[in-house]
Write a protein that binds this ligand. Structure first.
Ligand SMILES: C[S@@+](CC[C@H](N)C(=O)[O-])C[C@H]1O[C@@H](n2cnc3c(N)ncnc32)[C@H](O)[C@@H]1O
Length: 217
């Protein structure tokens, strides 16, 4: 990755900075790094991750659906200059964010590994796809925008499905304290290791959240 591959925009102020403790030893942090940086993903990990989120699904919306929840993602789309027709949100969970974006794009698909998460999708959710993001049932280069909010990064599959000129929107709602977290340089490094060519990013923060809009250089 070249110096200057990440351009940081000023923080968007006026949002909660967060006071919760670090979760750097969370099991999902370990899985996140294995998947993105070492390409480790197998049936055992799939079952572990799906079972975890199946179990969390019934309480997911109630504990996360607050007015400021989508501010980082909306800021990423706006200041990151994200446009496109076909958008796929990977690891959409109960579609708390998808719901706010359905009308913004021509085609918006919410995908998740956990059938129980999707069964608890909020009213107004877009079309749902139960799929493993490591093996998407999508043709090469058909996605203009991938949205990954607190979601594992499968860099080779993102690269395969992303259109020329497309963008990956990466959001961590609790910044570095998010269990499923990668820094922006680590997102770029993972994509470059999987795909070859260089990638670049625009990045910023909204309260405790971090976001990056990542494109091929
Ligand atoms: C931390 S939750 C985030 C949910 C939602 N994006 C949000 O911020 O509210 C991570 C989500 O990613 C999903 N997920 C994990 N691994 C996945 C995979 N391999 N393919 C698709 N979804 C996956 C989980 O089932 C879960 O719903």
């Amino acid at each position: 990755m070249s110096d200057g591959a990440v351009r940081y925009l000023p923080p968007l102020v006026g949002f909660d900075e967060g006071t919760r403790g670090t979760v750097t030893n969370h099991r999902m942090r370990e899985v996140t790094e294995q998947v993105a940086q070492r390409g480790i993903w197998n049936s055992g990990l799939l079952t572990e991750v799906r079972d975890l989120f199946d179990s969390l699904a019934p309480g997911w919306t109630a504990t996360r659906d607050h007015p400021a929840r989508n501010a980082p993602l909306l800021d990423a789309l706006d200041r990151g200059g994200v446009e496109g027709r076909t958008v796929v949100e990977l690891g959409a969970g109960t579609c708390i964010s998808s719901r706010a974006l359905v009308g913004r794009f021509d085609c918006y698909l919410a995908a998740d590994l956990s059938p129980v998460m999707l069964a608890h999708a909020v009213d107004g959710a877009p079309p749902l796809l139960c799929a493993d993001a490591s093996r998407l049932p999508l043709a090469d280069g058909v996605v203009d925008v991938f949205i990954l909010q607190n979601m594992l990064l499968f860099p080779a599959e993102v690269d395969r499905c992303l259109a020329s000129g497309g963008a990956l929107v990466w959001v961590n709602s609790r910044g570095p304290e998010t269990p499923i977290h990668l820094s922006t340089p680590d997102v770029l490094a993972s994509l470059e290791a999987a795909s070859g060519p260089a990638w670049r990013a625009l990045a910023s923060t909204v309260g405790e959240a971090t976001w990056a809009v990542v494109r091929r250089a």
